[in-house]
Write a protein that binds this ligand. Structure first.
Ligand SMILES: [Zn+2]
Length: 125
């Protein structure tokens, strides 16, 4: 069953007749590691040990995600986008998100926070 996407600005349903796209802000994605590293350095200096709190992770800088826009409201710059024609499924969205996570500019720039990076890569014990 296709997913129904609506533009987050004008609320128009996207379809083959009303073009649009999923997009991610490249600038926000690329800024995230630096923002997280700055918070990590600030907290580590504050407590004298390498640390981030749970609230830092939930309320601090957040990695950006998909946004839905019709062509009229699509940002002209700073965007990585995939067109939508109304036939997209949950499987398509999952595979697309996995593809996004493979992009170096999106998820492989967490090196400034080595402890967190290690924990995220290692997964649960
Ligand atoms: Zn729109």
């Amino acid at each position: 069953m296709p997913i129904i996407f609506t533009c987050s600005i004008c609320k128009t349903r996207l379809s083959a007749l009303r073009a649009g796209a999923l997009h991610v802000s490249v600038d926000k994605a690329m800024a995230y590691p630096g923002q997280l590293a700055a918070l990590y350095a600030e907290r580590s200096a504050e407590y004298g040990i390498p640390v981030l709190s749970a609230s830092d992770l939930t309320d601090g800088p957040q990695l950006t995600g998909w946004h839905v826009r019709c062509d009229e409201h699509m940002p002209e710059t700073d965007t990585y986008w995939i067109g939508i024609d109304g036939s997209e499924t949950e499987k398509w969205l999952l595979l697309l998100t996995a593809h996004l996570c493979e992009k170096e500019w999106f998820s492989d720039r967490l090196e400034p926070v080595p402890v967190l990076h290690h924990e995220m890569r290692a997964g649960p014990a």
